[in-house]
Design a binder for this molecule. Structure first.
Ligand code: NAG
Ligand code: NAG
Ligand code: NAG
Length: 639
């Protein structure tokens, strides 16, 4: 039906059309989108773009292995069970299906939140791989949701409502009487975001109809509330309501959705951020990040710079003052006082969802200002937090909710009320399980970007880019981060610049074209530019020297994580947790092999092995050490 690679197949005539369009890149969206449905509006303030899903494929690597496990799960999970709470709430037959446990249990207050994540994951799986099982699951699920929504009169709900819990929870929310722990708009957002993705990636008309009908219900419901009542509704977690409503405006061009989106601007959170004040201490972290993503999107649709200030300040404050070495933030799901890192190294640090959302925010901001520091953070958080959040020994790729950073922790820590372990097939359905199936079906989404004259190489991940807008392919081959070199091979020809991110952790980076070293400025924390007329088969080889470095806790300089290049290392303590934070003699650190990232060192007088934290699975680890002495000189690292 839809050709997501409908790109460069129209012969020479469309090449001319295409070249004519290039000039308008900066002010318009890409003329050749891999999405099934293009947006109706342009964006303001955007100067660079990330490629659409489907233009970038992962090739064999640790990243692809993660994707494979999640695909196995989302293509296996029983959709009838996932439909249960929607059908029972809307008084439609549950077809004898079993109900789920955990956060999708028929008695759980915010049941039906996870299904939107599955819709997004199936839609992404289709967009990336043209996998028909994923497409058919998504469109079947949406058709069944349409039947639920169509039965609203019989179920006693207003037109458009769609949820696994009763509409009366919104009356309780609006009147300040909601006491059952529900977060009803959080759930509505997840459903809307999933429908949005099935519509735009698969082109499913049902998804658009169900989405606009549900959005209409939100609009009517919130239009009736006065400003102060609406602000108090927002004291309860409400997910990315402003984000998804602004997206609907972007995609349809109908301004009622922007009006509805702006009702979800949370003044208590936006006002201090607009003045660059850090008042995050004590706030539930994952409740806030989606509001900032909403602000970034509202900026792009209104041009109001205050929205951009809010989003940028929030990003700066969070990444610089509230994030651990692995890029994650929050302790017990909450932001703590600025720079208190050592003070909160507990078993419930770094909730997965927060980083999923921070990466989304990073992408939004990069597009407004394609600066390399955004991808320094993206790399840090994706590699050191989210890649290892998935259990590699589980064929369904289950996840840890928290990534604990106390000495002697292990991964596989869920909320205590969820059994405190890895997610399961049908018994957990936490928020992080939902964001996990999304993350692991879009691991390629930010590797490359482009603007009117350049290709951006943001991340060093084995992959293939189909730059259909220019009729070329780029193949990236690398053992990164185990190796420090990546090679880009160009298929096709043309004149453009390649901008390669030179990470802030390197120094002395080198770039060769067809094995000839180029005299190009490679300043850490910026993009290095290689401009030329490319021929098919040209190669660009980038070497980013790595060395050991410390990531010290902002609140205690004698406590630090050890990283090698981008990769945070952790100590392997087997089955015995150390009784206190071990003291690592920094001068003792030695890499034991050139073909992996294993190191040894002396901690508390004993030898310990350190290896990439993303692979610290199934044993007790230490990430933050009490450090003594100084790191060995670079040349002495490999024993
Ligand atoms: C988007 O930008 C292009 C190029 O400037 C313009 O032709 C088009 O009319 C704009 N579309 C909208 C909906 O503003
Ligand atoms: C992922 O799955 C694909 C398709 O089954 C397979 O070709 C590939 O080798 C797998 N790669 C990894 C790293 O698991
Ligand atoms: C900083 O960390 C070191 C090493 O764990 C510890 O001995 C010291 O007490 C800490 N300092 C403060 C002020 O907490």
């Amino acid at each position: 039906m839809i050709d997501p690679q409908r790109s460069f197949q129209g012969g020479f005539g469309s090449l001319i059309t295409y070249l004519a369009l290039i000039g308008s890149f900066i002010v318009s969206f890409s003329p050749v989108d891999a999405v099934a449905v293009p947006p109706a509006r342009n964006e303001t303030g955007v100067s660079a773009y990330l490629f659409d899903l489907g233009q970038v494929q992962l090739t064999d690597s640790r990243w692809l292995a993660n994707q494979n496990r999640t695909l196995t799960y989302i293509k296996w999970v029983d959709v009838e069970r996932l439909l249960y709470v929607f059908r029972s709430s809307h008084k439609v037959s549950t077809n004898g299906a079993l109900s789920n446990g955990g956060w999708d249990d028929p008695t759980f207050p915010f049941r039906s939140h996870v299904q939107g994540h599955f819709l997004t994951a199936w839609a992404q799986c289709w967009a990336v791989l043209q996998d028909t099982t994923c497409r058919d699951r998504a469109t079947y699920f949406v058709a069944e949701l349409a039947k639920c929504q169509a039965n609203n009169a019989k179920a006693g709900f207003a037109a458009g409502y769609l949820s696994g819990f009763p509409e009366s929870d919104f009356t309780l929310l609006e009147t300040g009487k909601l006491t059952n722990g529900n977060v009803p708009y959080y759930v509505i957002h997840k459903t809307m975001a999933g429908l949005m993705d099935v519509w735009r990636y698969i082109g499913d008309a049902n998804a658009k109809a169900v989405l606009l009908s549900l959005a209409g219900w939100v609009n009517q419901r919130t239009a009736k509330l006065g400003t102060s009542q609406m602000q108090s509704v927002m004291n309860t977690e409400f997910g990315g309501m402003s984000d998804v409503l602004t997206e609907i405006y972007y995609w349809t061009g109908d301004s009622q959705w922007l009006t509805a989106a702006q009702r979800f601007d949370h003044a208590a959170v936006f006002n201090p951020l607009a003045s660059n004040l850090d008042q995050l201490n004590g706030l539930h972290a994952n409740t806030q990040v989606p509001k900032w993503i909403g602000a970034a999107r509202e900026y792009k649709q209104t041009g109001t710079s205050r929205y951009l200030d809010i989003a940028r300040n929030a990003w700066d404050i969070t990444t610089n003052h509230h994030s651990y070495a692995i890029g994650g933030n929050s302790q017990a799901e909450h932001f703590r006082a600025p720079d208190v890192i050592a003070g909160y190294l507990t078993r419930d640090t770094a909730e997965g969802c927060n980083t999923y959302n921070m990466l989304k925010l990073t992408r939004e901001l990069w597009a407004t200002n394609p600066s390399a520091n955004y991808f320094d953070f993206y790399e840090r958080a994706l590699l050191n937090h989210l890649l290892g959040q998935q259990n590699p020994s589980d064929s369904h790729g289950h996840i840890t909710y928290f990534t604990p950073l106390n000495s002697g922790a292990t991964r596989g820590v869920g909320p205590a009320w969820g059994g405190g372990t890895w997610s399961t097939d049908y018994g957990s359905f936490w928020c992080c399980q939902g964001t996990g199936v999304e993350t692991n079906t879009k691991l390629m989404d930010s590797i490359y970007g482009y603007d009117s004259s350049s290709l951006y190489v943001n991340l060093f991940t084995p992959s293939k880019l189909t730059w259909s807008q220019r009729g070329v392919t780029i193949t990236q081959t690398t053992a990164f981060p185990v190796g420090d070199t990546t090679t880009l091979t160009i298929g096709g020809s043309g004149t453009w610049a390649v901008k390669i991110r030179i990470p802030s952790w390197t120094s002395g980076a080198k770039i060769s074209v067809n094995n000839q070293q180029q005299s190009i400025t490679t300043t850490p924390g910026s993009y290095a530019t290689v401009s030329r007329t490319w021929q098919s088969g040209d190669t660009v080889t980038v070497t980013l020297p790595m060395r050991l470095r410390l990531v010290t806790a902002n609140d205690n300089k004698s406590l630090a994580a050890v990283a090698y290049g981008p990769t945070v290392l952790s100590g392997n303590y087997g089955s015995t947790a150390p009784s206190k934070t071990p003291t690592l003699m920094l001068s003792s650190l030695k890499r034991t092999s050139g073909s992996n990232l294993d190191f040894t060192g002396t901690a508390d007088g004993a030898t310990v092995t350190l290896s990439p934290f993303y692979d610290a699975q199934g044993y007790k680890y230490v990430v933050y050490w009490s450090v003594s002495g100084s790191l060995p000189p670079a040349a002495a690292e490999l024993s």
